[in-house]
Structure formats: structure tokens, C-alpha cells
Design a protein around this ligand. Structure first.
Ligand SMILES: Nc1nc2c(ncn2[C@@H]2O[C@H](COP(=O)(O)OP(=O)(O)OP(=O)(O)O)[C@@H](O)[C@H]2O)c(=O)[nH]1
Ligand SMILES: [Mg+2]
Length: 284
């Protein structure tokens, strides 16, 4: 020991050593904390993963998840990156909007109905979605404790349309996982992060973390940036610890989530049919 306190190192050690077995009621059958990232295209999801690896591993900066400035999505697959023995972070394809077309897929991911490490394709096809849900019963996943993480860059600020769909998405995330998503605001030095934080808090989000990601161009270590990333991971584990103080019933929860999802997909199908019929009526 160097003889003086190094709180950031303590936090990092705590995160590295975190085990679900040490939760109040034991692991309750879970063996992994899965941080599932979501967000609009190019808002810094992949960069957040690279930042977490950099800070936790404490070595050279390395690009694990491909990240770059682009008008199209850079990430197309849902790739899992283990951060510690217990915590895995999952990259995701960025959404153009958070409408029912793209969110249906995300809700299925959140409920652990879609296997990891697959290409993400959005589909509006009802039968196809139902079949995928049924396929997931072959090998149901009860061992992942999922925490949704919504990544949002403060560079632009939330437009009115975005606010409405984001609020709905956040509420549904909670229905699918039992927890509110943690919001990570990226690019905090390039916009009004206080305003963005306020908007998300007003939507009911409980934890808003502000970070400046380490990037290919700028990854000189700073104490502040290291602390923010550790604070993000620590906050996630606080939430896990809280939830794990209560008896969980993964089988029952899975059934409830499936009901929600089936209902969501059904309503989406009905709305789509109605829209198709009314546009046909207009043409005739
Ligand atoms: N300055 C700064 N640049 C960032 C930050 N986060 C991401 N970037 C940059 O923004 C661009 C997009 O970042 P990505 O991490 O690829 O974003 P993404 O959300 O994974 O994008 P998709 O996979 O396309 O949805 C890259 O050029 C990053 O270097 C940040 O906090 N600060
Ligand atoms: Mg990406």
C-alpha cells in the first residue's frame, strides 16, 4: 500500500471483483450482469465500450468496438464485450428513430428473447417476430441480469419528436426489465448537458451520467474522464445490488415480458394494417 487513499482505484477494484454471489440473497440463479446499450446512430455507444475497457483494464487505449463519425450506422451486430468476470457490455446497432418498427426488436433483446452476437435486422413482419420468440423457448435465458443503458449525445439537444418517442421507449424499457434505463450523456463538453439531464429526469429516468468518451483522436488519460466512466459502472452495480435485495422469479418475469411483447407486436400490426387500409381508401 502506498499509504494514501486512492478512491478511484478502490472503485475500480470493487467493479472488477463484483460478483452476484455476494448480493443480499445470493445470485438467485443469475450469473451475468448484461449492460445493453441503445441509442440513436453515432451517439457514442461503441466509444463508451472502448472507454470502459480502457479505464477498467488500465492499459493502452485499444479500439475493441469499431467507432467512427458517419451518417449511417457503423455498428450492425449486437456484440458482447466482457468487462469483468461478471459484467458484460453489449454493443448495438444505432436507431434512426425510436418508432415501433425499431423498438420492437429492442424490447425482444431486452427481454433476453434474442441471442447475442447476431446481426440486428429490423422487421415489421408479425409472423417472423412471433416465430423468433417461439424459437427462443428452445433455450430460454434466465441467467442474465439485464440493465438497459440509453446513450445520448448532448451535441444536438432533444427535438420535440425525439422527446415523445424517447419517453415511451424509456417507459417500455422498464416494463421489459423491471429497471429504468440508465442514461449516459456523451460529448458532455460539446453541448448543454444540464439541459439534456433535466429533460431525461423529467421523463422519469433516475440516473443520468455525463461523460466525455475516450476516442481514437483523444484518449489522453484525465482523472475526470476516468472517474466518470467508473461512476457509470458503479451506478449500474448499485442498481443491481438494490434489485437483488428482493426475491426474483425469472420464470414468472419472462412470461410477463413475453405477454407485453406479444401485445406490443399485435398492436403494431393492427396499426400498420389500419394505416395501409386508409392509404388504399385515399387512392381509390
Ligand atoms: N469528442 C467526443 N467524441 C465522441 C464521444 N463519443 C463518441 N464520439 C465520436 O463520435 C463518433 C461516433 O461514435 P460511435 O461510438 O461510433 O457511435 P455509435 O453510437 O456506436 O454509432 P453507431 O454504431 O453508428 O450507432 C466517433 O467519431 C467517436 O469518436 C464523446 O463523448 N466525445
Ligand atoms: Mg457503434
Amino acid at each position: 500500500m502506498a499509504g494514501y487513499e486512492r478512491p478511484a482505484d478502490h472503485v475500480r477494484d470493487y467493479i472488477r471483483r463484483f460478483s452476484l454471489d455476494n448480493c443480499a440473497l445470493g445470485s438467485q440463479g443469475y450469473n451475468r450482469v448484461l449492460l445493453q446499450l441503445f441509442g440513436y446512430m453515432g451517439h457514442g455507444k461503441s466509444s463508451l465500450i472502448n472507454s470502459c475497457k480502457y479505464v477498467l483494464d488500465d492499459g493502452e487505449y485499444h479500439i475493441y468496438a469499431k467507432a467512427s463519425a458517419s451518417h449511417k450506422s457503423v455498428t450492425y451486430s449486437r456484440t458482447a464485450y466482457p468487462l469483468t468476470d461478471t459484467i458484460t457490455i453489449v454493443d448495438n446497432r444505432g436507431c434512426a428513430t425510436f418508432n415501433a418498427y425499431e423498438t420492437g426488436e429492442i424490447y425482444a433483446q431486452l427481454g433476453n428473447f434474442i441471442p447475442l452476437n447476431q446481426r440486428v435486422e429490423w422487421t415489421n413482419n408479425y409472423i417472423q417476430m412471433i416465430n423468433r420468440l417461439e424459437d427462443s423457448e428452445m433455450d430460454p435465458n434466465f441467467t442474465d441480469f439485464t440493465i438497459p443503458v440509453f446513450v445520448y449525445s448532448v451535441k444536438k439537444g432533444l427535438a420535440e419528436g425525439e422527446k415523445k418517442e424517447t419517453k415511451e421507449f424509456i417507459d417500455n424499457c422498464r416494463k421489459m426489465t423491471g429497471v429504468y434505463p440508465i442514461v449516459v450523456l456523451t460529448n458532455k463538453t460539446s453541448g448543454d448537458f444540464l439541459q439534456a439531464e433535466k429533460e431525461f429526469l423529467l421523463m422519469g429516468v433516475e440516473k443520468v451520467i455525463k461523460v466525455e468518451n475516450y476516442t481514437r483522436e483523444d484518449h489522453g488519460r484525465t482523472q475526470g474522464r476516468h472517474k466518470e466512466i467508473l461512476h457509470f459502472l458503479y451506478s449500474v452495480l448499485e442498481d443491481v445490488n438494490f434489485q437483488m435485495r428482493y426475491r426474483k422469479n425469472p420464470r414468472k418475469e419472462r412470461i410477463e415480458r413475453k405477454k407485453f411483447l406479444l401485445n406490443f407486436l399485435h398492436e403494431r400490426e393492427v396499426t400498420q394494417r389500419l394505416e395501409q387500409t386508409s392509404s388504399q381508401d385515399i387512392r381509390n
